[in-house]
Each structure stands twice: as structure tokens, then as C-alpha cells.
Ligand binder design. Structure first.
Ligand code: PLP
Length: 417
């Protein structure tokens, strides 16, 4: 398949490209290139287009809002979708998440959440976890530990960021229980040796590591971290930028665990591709955020709010989560079947339609992704060494589309063996 042109002289080369395709339209699970070739898009624009490309309900909401109001700046006046969206978010987020701030991207939401945590606690440090990805701004680069390439040559980065282990059940030589115990002890040790609890505002964690390789936090680990945070008045912040909004088969990944975050960071799947993000928090924390100490020109944009409300309507429709879970079972069942014939597959994991398949060599991953693309399926890698293929299809994927993707993937697996 072609559909490739070169625009290198005009566009910054800093964008790493997953494919060289030039696309002109998207519909549901498919994108179409300038040359008319269609691809099954199992990247979802990095886990964004959960409702599929250009879902009709979302398109209609965007069109209607564009005719009414494009930019209603929140400091200047409040438009009529802000509170309805906040109310809807309150209904679908965990009970501890009561009050909302709107912004434009995952990194901005993460930065904002850290600023909120500092204001609310009066403490200056934060703890993040190995394998994390929180964004590309200076603070979120400092918080990102999935790859050094994200930070290379950008020093100095903000200080006050401390890194705790995230259990590695695949590569650790320890038993799963011992690896989890080791990680919990290391978190306590960090509080005794590097950042005193009285100076630690928050621990920020992706319940399912995204860029870090699609690894769900073991429940015992996550619950222990939250308990330690509670012991010391440290806020627990869940970064659900990638794993939120039904991606894991529940509305939020924290719903798989028995815990309530103090702050929830949301983006990507929140608005079907409009640049939009939200910070949700306990009301008492938000009340401590001094008016004017945070903000932004575009946060709460009316078209993005309309897209978000319409997106939530799609995600909460009868049968939506059932489809996510049925398609997840279809995919993982087939991947496990393939693993019996392909010893190069060393792990299959994830939650819902956030599925990672790890290989014994990153070169194999690159070869499979390329072969799948040649046959019309777009996939991406993940993990520090690029050894994981991540499946993050639109959540509206049908049984037939999933079967088509599985067939292409298996052919790529065989062709690259
Ligand atoms: N947090 C997580 C878990 C992410 O996966 C990402 C992006 O991939 C971000 C934060 C940053 O989001 P954005 O690229 O919208 O700034």
C-alpha cells in the first residue's frame, strides 16, 4: 500500500513518525490515505479515538456547537456546557472525584494536578513510578521514566521529583509476591531516605502503564501505595490519560481496584480527538486552589466540551462496555492461542482493550508492526526497549474488524518468524 508523500521541508522533523502515511479521512476503525488506501487503525491516534474516527454523534455535537460559540474564554465568562460536563464527569468518575478543572492536553492536566497537590498540601515534592509517561513539558519530562530519550539534552529539569519502583512481574527474578513486596518496601524506603512524608505532596501513578509497556499495577501493590499515602497525608493521583474512559473495560482503570484517588487526570479518550483534558479532585482540595493561581486561555473550550459530552453519551450507552470486554476476550484469546506456536512471545497482558504483547526482541516487534502495516493494520510499540506491541483499537471495534486485525497480525507474526 502507498499513500506516502514527503512534506519534510515544511514540517519540523521533531515529530517521531509511527508510519509515513498521509491520511485524508477517518471513519470508525479505519483511516484512508491520499491514494485511497484504507487501514484498520489499531493505534486510535494513541488511544484517543475510542468512539472511532468521526463518530456521527460526536461530529453532530461539534458542528452544532461550532455554530453557537467557538471560544468562550472561562475567565471572561462561563458558557453553558461547563457545568453539565462537570456534572456528567462527577457521575462517571469514582465518588472521591467531585470537582473539575478543564485544560487542553494530558501533560497540561498532569502539570495542573501537581500544582493543585502542592497548593492543597503545602508540600513541594512528588513521587512517580518507574516506566511512567506523563508528557513532554519540562515538569512532565522530569516525571517521565519510561525512556531517557524523552529527556535527553533538556536538562535542567524541575527538581522535587522522586522515582519509586513499579513491580516488574515479567523480568524480575523474584516471585510475583516478592517483587510486589520489594516494590512496596522501596516506596517506604524512599519516604525514609529521599523525600520526607512532610515534604511529599503526592504520588502520581498510571494504574496501567501506557508508554511503559501496558502493565497493569498489581492490586496488592496499588492498594499498599494508597494506604501508605493515606498514613502520611500524601495525595494519591491517578494518571488515567491513556487508561481512562472505558479503555480498560470499566470507565476508569481505578474501578478495577478497591480505591478512590484524591486527584484523577483525564485526557485522550475524553473527547474523541478534540484537544481536551480534565483534572478531577476531591472538592476540599479544589477549594484550596487559590483563584487565579492556575488557568489557561483555551481550557473548557465549548466545542471540546460538546465533544466530550457527546463522547460520554456514546461510552455510557447500553452495551458499550460489554463490547469492549467481549472484543478484549476475543483478542487476548487469539493472542494466547498464537503464543503456543511462537515462543518469541514472552507475555500477553493488559486490561480491556489496552492489550500488550511482549516479544523477546524489539527488532521482532518492529518487523511485525511493519508487516502488519503492509497488510493494512496500524499498530504501535511500547515499553522502554520497544519490545511490546500495544493493541489500542477504537472501543467501537466490531467482532468482524477484530477478526480481520487478528488475521493480519497472525500473518505478520508468521512472516517475520
Ligand atoms: N499521561 C499519560 C499516561 C500519557 O499516556 C500521556 C500521553 O501519551 C500523557 C500523560 C501526556 O498527554 P499529552 O500527550 O496529551 O500531553
Amino acid at each position: 500500500m502507498s499513500g506516502i508523500t514527503s512534506d519534510a521541508p515544511y514540517l519540523a522533523g521533531v515529530w517521531a513518525r509511527v508510519t509515513e502515511l498521509d491520511v485524508v479521512s477517518g471513519s470508525g476503525c479505519r483511516v484512508t490515505t491520499t491514494t485511497g488506501d484504507e487501514y484498520l487503525d489499531f493505534t486510535s491516534g494513541i488511544a484517543v479515538t475510542s468512539t472511532g474516527h468521526c463518530h456521527p454523534h460526536v461530529v453532530k455535537a461539534i458542528q452544532a456547537q461550532a455554530e453557537r460559540f467557538i471560544h468562550a474564554q472561562v475567565n471572561c465568562y462561563h458558557h453553558d456546557l461547563l457545568t453539565p460536563l462537570a456534572k456528567r464527569l462527577r457521575e462517571i468518575t469514582p465518588p472521591s472525584i467531585e470537582t473539575f478543572f478543564f485544560t487542553n492536553s494530558g501533560a497540561e492536566a498532569t502539570e495542573g494536578a501537581v500544582k493543585l497537590a502542592k497548593h492543597a498540601t503545602g508540600r513541594q515534592n512528588i513521587i512517580v513510578f518507574n516506566g511512567s509517561f506523563h508528557g513532554r513539558t519540562h515538569l512532565t519530562m522530569a516525571m517521565t521514566t519510561s525512556k531517557t530519550s524523552y529527556k535527553l539534552n533538556y536538562a535542567p529539569l524541575p527538581s522535587g521529583v522522586f522515582v519509586a519502583p513499579f513491580p516488574d512481574l515479567v523480568h524480575s527474578k523474584l516471585s510475583a509476591d516478592d517483587e510486589i513486596d520489594r516494590s512496596i518496601s522501596a516506596f517506604r524506603h524512599l519516604l525514609s531516605t529521599q523525600t520526607a512524608p512532610s515534604e511529599t505532596a503526592a504520588a502520581i501513578l498510571e494504574p496501567v502503564l501506557g508508554e511503559g509497556g501496558y502493565i497493569a499495577a498489581p492490586p496488592r501493590f496499588l492498594e499498599a501505595i494508597v494506604n501508605i499515602c493515606r498514613e502520611h497525608g500524601i495525595l494519591f493521583v491517578a494518571d488515567e490519560v491513556q487508561c481512562g474512559f472505558a479503555r480498560t473495560g470499566k470507565m476508569f482503570a481505578v474501578n478495577h481496584y478497591d480505591l478512590d484517588p484524591d486527584i484523577l487526570i483525564m485526557a485522550k479518550g475524553i473527547a474523541s480527538g478534540m484537544p481536551f483534558a480534565a483534572i478531577g479532585a476531591r472538592s476540599e482540595l479544589m477549594a484550596k486552589w487559590i483563584p487565579g493561581s492556575h488557568g489557561g486561555t483555551y481550557g473548557g473550550n465549548p466545542i471540546a466540551c460538546a465533544a466530550s459530552i457527546a463522547t460520554i453519551e456514546v461510552l455510557t450507552a447500553d452495551g458499550f462496555l460489554e463490547n469492549v470486554n467481549a472484543r478484549a476476550a476475543q483478542l487476548t484469546g487469539e493472542l494466547h492461542r498464537m503464543a503456543t506456536d511462537h515462543p518469541s512471545i514472552i507475555d500477553i497482558r493488559g486490561l480491556g482493550l489496552m492489550v500488550g504483547i511482549e516479544f523477546d526482541a524489539p527488532a521482532r516487534v518492529a518487523a511485525i508492526v511493519a508487516a502488519a502495516r503492509t497488510n493494512g493494520l496500524l499498530l504501535m510499540n511500547a515499553g522502554t526497549y520497544g519490545g511490546v506491541i500495544r493493541f489500542m483499537p477504537p472501543l467501537v471495534v466490531t467482532e468482524a474488524e477484530m477478526a480481520e486485525a487478528i488475521t493480519i497480525f497472525e500473518k505478520a507474526l508468521i512472516a517475520t518468524a
